[in-house]
Design a protein around this ligand. Structure first.
Ligand code: DGY
Length: 328
């Protein structure tokens, strides 16, 4: 039996390339070129698997041109780059990388929340610009995090990890909104109370978005939703950029309609809306919520283990559409 061939679409840790090369013929993009879609399709010819990092769109049109493809393994928990129904229809397995990034990503949600509420990056820019020449009592005053009300939109693993940090570490009242309500025991375990989205936006001092991106969730936070928030509120997004209408947010930040925001994800990333770049009261980071050495390695190993599990051993670890294997 010839060894399966796989494509690693972006540069990854050399140890993970070596691990995959023990099982497969590997074409690896270690130069980390950003391949146009046509080039990706061309490189997928004759490949049974592809290691993706979240930026590669896998849809019906691509699959139609890559009939040999059997699995796409995302090194990300989010999989909005996958058209899952199209993959299932084409009999192509999709896998993601859940679990291994939960706590690291929750840490970053909190880092952005604190940096935005306490104006950390704004204050640093002020200091570096040489503008700090006295100590006015209202210099860079922001909002308290401890003891305030935290609103979490999206209560999966990461949302729950943020809730625990808020309730246990910072004595916050925690509200959450989710498609489905958690069982009571789970709500109690993370110290959170369910609320409708409008109630959450009206009540919370700090709002964190951790919702997976779907077309239904597109711009779920726009001008109308921001208008419900307190003028002292902060808004943090570690889900996906498309959850927020960025023009509306920039306008609200400029007008002081809300106090601050912390954003790790952007609708057109890696391009960032110039209107946001022009705001001083927003903390901006380049999609790094899961970026610690152990976590990024764990994500890469899990994606690799999914490829090995499926193509070499017949059993992936974290399938998104197990029905393609004849399982529900
Ligand atoms: C994820 O895993 O979805 C993170 O956003 C990194 O892409």
């Amino acid at each position: 039996m010839p060894r399966p061939s796989i494509l690693i679409a972006r540069a990854i840790f050399p140890e993970v390339v070596d691990k995959l090369a023990a099982h497969f013929d590997v074409e690896a993009n270690q130069a980390d070129e950003i391949w146009p879609r046509e080039q990706l399709i061309q490189r997928l010819q004759g490949k049974q698997g592809v290691f993706t990092t979240g930026g590669e769109r896998i849809d019906a049109a691509l699959l139609a041109q890559c009939p040999g493809l059997k699995i796409c393994a995302n090194m990300a928990v989010g999989f909005n780059n996958f058209d899952l129904p199209a993959m299932t229809a084409a009999g192509v397995l999709a896998t993601n990388a859940p679990g291994v990034l939960t706590e690291t990503t929750a840490d970053m949600g909190f880092a952005l929340l604190m940096a935005a509420a306490r104006r950390v990056t704004e204050a640093e820019h002020y200091l570096r610009a040489g503008r700090w020449d006295r100590w006015p009592c209202d210099m860079m005053i922001g909002q308290d995090v401890h003891g305030s009300t935290l609103g979490i939109v999206g209560m999966g693993r990461i949302g729950q990890a943020i809730a625990r940090r808020g309730a246990l570490g910072f004595g916050m009242q925690v509200l959450y909104h989710n498609r489905s309500r958690l069982p009571e025991a789970e709500e109690q375990a993370v110290g959170a109370r369910y609320a409708g989205l409008d109630e959450l936006l009206r009540t919370a001092d700090h709002v964190v978005l951790v919702v997976p991106y779907t077309p239904e969730a597109h711009h779920m936070i726009g001008a109308a939703q921001i208008a419900l928030m307190k003028p002292t509120a902060t808004l943090v997004n570690i889900g996906r950029g498309g959850l927020i209408d960025e023009d509306a947010l920039a306008q609200a930040l400029r007008a002081g309609r809300i106090a601050a925001a912390g954003l790790d994800v952007f609708e057109g990333e890696p391009k960032v809306n110039p209107a946001l770049l022009a705001c001083t009261n927003v903390v901006l980071t380049p999609h790094i919520a899961s970026a610690t050495v152990p976590t990024r390695k764990a994500m890469a190993h899990l994606a690799a283990d999914n490829l090995i599990g499926y193509l070499a051993q017949g059993r992936p670890l974290t399938p998104l559409n197990p029905e393609v294997m004849g399982e529900a």
